[in-house]
Write a protein that binds this ligand. Structure first.
Ligand SMILES: Cc1cc2nc3c(=O)[nH]c(=O)nc-3n(C[C@H](O)[C@H](O)[C@H](O)COP(=O)(O)OP(=O)(O)OC[C@H]3O[C@@H](n4cnc5c(N)ncnc54)[C@H](O)[C@@H]3O)c2cc1C
Length: 404
C-alpha cells in the first residue's frame, strides 16, 4: 500500500539545514516542488514554515553548526547562526537555558505527509499510472542477465524499467539479484500530545543538542515530540515493534523539560508510534541502476519525505535520460560504498559513524568487494503483509517526469 511504510509514520519535517553538501543539494532541488505543491499536484500539503532551530550546548557544537550554516549558504540557503543572546531575545522561553547559540532557518518547517502522498498519487494516476494495492513483489524473471518481468502475488508483470523503492525492505528484493544494499533500518519513535499554552505560536521546531530530543507544535494545541535519547536500535524491518515504548515516552518527556524547560504531561499524550529510518552508512540515499537493470531509490534515513521530489527528479533523469544530471551521480551511487565513507550526515540524528569493520554502535560489519555489506541485515519475510506493485517508471511522481 502506498504510505504503509515510513512515508506516513514520519514527522513531516522539511528542511534545508543539513550538514553535508549532498543532502543540502537534495533539499534545494526539492524546495520548488514543496513551495509549488498545490499548483503542481492540486492539494494543499499544509506546509507550515515555522523554522528549525538547532540548539548548541557548547562552543564546540556551535562551531559545528557554523560550518553547516557556511555550507548551506554556498547553496543559497538563508540559514543563520545565532548567539545565545540572539536566541533569548527572539524566543524568551529559551533564554537562560544555557545554550551557546543555534542554527536557524526560517523557511524550514513541516507539512502533512498524508496530503503530500495523496498529491503524488493523484498526479501519478492523472498522468496514466496504475496503482495496485495489496500485491506483493515476490521476485524477478531474469533473461540474459537483465530483469524481464516482476513476479508478484498478482501474477507476472513485464517491465522495461523496475524501480526498487521498497524502503526498509529494498535490500531483500535487491538480494534476489545478488545485489547487496548497505541499508539498515533504525527504529525511531514519535508522539503527539496535548499542550495548552506550553508552546508559544512563534516557537520554531526545537532540536536539542546532538539531536537527542526535539519538539514542535502540531496544529493548534498539540505538540510533536521525538528523540533518540542516546539509543539507536537497528531492527529487523520484517518484525519490529510499531508501538512506541512506554519507557521511551516517559524518558523523552523528562528530557523535553530538562532541555527546553517545556512541560508536556504524561497524561496529555494522545498517540505514539515507531517507524523506520532505512539508513546508508553516510545517510545519503542510493539512486542508481544495477547491472540487471533494477533502479534502486532508497536509503533516505530520516530525510525521505523532504527529499522525495529530488528523488523523483533524479530517478526520472536516470531512467529517461540514462544518467543523473542534477547532481554528481557518484554522490548517490551504490559504488561509493566500495571505498571509505567520506562524509556522514549528522544533523538531527544520533551520531552514527561506520568505522573499519565496526559501527559506532558496536555491531560488526563485513566489507565485500562490491561495497560495504552489513552482516546484520536480516532477510526473513516472516511478518510482513505489506503489498504493493513496484513495476515500472509509471509509479514515479509525474510532476518529476514532467519537470525535465
Ligand atoms: C518516526 C519517523 C520520523 C521521520 N521524520 C521525517 C521527517 O520529519 N522528514 C523526512 O523527510 N523524513 C522523515 N522520516 C523518514 C521518511 O519517512 C523516510 O525516509 C521515507 O518515508 C522513506 O520513503 P520510502 O518510499 O523510501 O520508503 P517507505 O515509505 O517505507 O515505502 C516503501 C514501500 O515499499 C513497500 N514494499 C516493501 N516491500 C515490498 C514488496 N516486496 N512488494 C511490494 N511492496 C513492498 C512497503 O509496503 C512500503 O509501502 C521519518 C521516519 C520515521 C520513521
Amino acid at each position: 500500500m502506498p504510505g504503509s511504510g515510513s512515508s506516513t509514520r514520519n514527522g513531516g519535517g522539511i528542511r534545508s539545514q543539513l550538514g553535508t553538501a549532498t543532502n543540502v543539494r537534495l533539499s534545494v532541488l526539492s524546495e520548488p516542488y514543496w513551495a509549488e505543491f498545490e499548483d503542481r499536484f492540486g492539494i494543499d500539503p499544509g506546509l507550515t514554515r515555522i523554522g528549525y532551530l538547532f540548539l548548541a550546548a557548547s562552543d564546540d557544537e556551535l562551531e559545528t553548526l557554523r560550518t553547516h550554516v557556511d555550507l548551506q549558504h554556498r547553496f543559497g540557503v538563508a540559514s543563520e547562526l545565532l548567539t545565545a543572546a540572539d536566541v533569548g531575545a527572539r524566543w524568551p522561553v529559551l533564554a537562560d537555558l544555557g545554550f551557546s547559540g543555534a542554527g536557524f532557518c526560517a523557511s524550514d518547517g513541516y507539512l502533512n505527509q498524508h496530503r503530500a502522498l495523496r498529491g503524488f498519487l493523484t498526479a501519478a494516476e492523472a498522468a496514466g499510472a496504475t496503482i495496485e494495492c495489496g500485491i506483493e513483489v515476490l521476485g524477478f524473471e531474469v533473461r540474459a542477465d537483465r530483469i524481464d518481468a516482476v513476479r508478484t502475488t498478482g501474477g507476472s508483470v513485464q517491465a522495461d524499467v523496475v524501480v526498487n523503492c521498497a524502503g526498509a525492505w529494498a535490500p531483500t528484493l535487491a538480494q534476489q539479484l545478488g545485489v547487496v544494499l548497505p541499508i539498515r533500518s533504525r527504529r525511531v519513535q514519535l508522539l503527539h500530545a496535548r499542550t495548552v499554552d506550553a508552546l508559544p505560536p512563534d516557537l520554531p521546531w526545537l532540536i536539542g543538542p546532538h539531536g537527542q530530543v526535539h519538539i514542535r507544535r502540531e496544529g493548534t494545541g498539540r505538540a510533536q515530540v521525538g528523540g533518540f535519547l542516546g539509543k539507536d536500535e537497528t531492527v529487523d524491518p520484517w518484525a519490529f515493534d510499531h508501538d512506541a515504548d512506554e519507557e521511551w515516552i516517559g524518558a523523552v518527556l523528562t528530557e523535553v523539560v530538562r532541555c527546553f524547560g517545556i512541560e508536556v504531561g504524561r497524561s496529555s499524550v494522545l498517540e505514539s508510534w515507531a517507524g523506520l529510518y532505512p539508513s546508508t552508512p553516510d545517510q545519503h540515499p542510493i539512486i542508481d541502476r544495477t547491472d540487471a537493470g533494477m533502479v534502486v531509490v532508497g536509503g533516505f534515513a530520516g530525510l525521505g519525505l523532504m527529499h522525495a521530489p529530488a528523488a523523483g527528479l533524479l530517478s526520472a533523469e536516470l531512467i529517461v535520460g540514462g544518467q543523473i544530471d542534477s547532481l554528481e551521480p557518484d554522490e548517490v551511487s551504490l559504488a561509493r560504498f566500495s571505498g571509505r565513507v567520506q562524509t556522514v550526515e549528522q544533523t538531527g540524528f544520533q551520531p552514527w559513524v561506520f568505522e573499519e569493520g565496526r559501527t559506532r554502535m558496536g555491531e560488526r560489519c563485513s566489507y565485500v568487494k562490491a561495497g560495504l555489506a552489513l552482516s546484520v541485515l536480516k532477510t526473513t519475510r516472516a511478518s510482513c503483509r505489506l503489498r504493493q506493485r513496484i513495476a515500472s517508471r509509471r509509479l514515479l511522481p509525474s510532476a518529476c517526469l514532467r519537470s525535465r
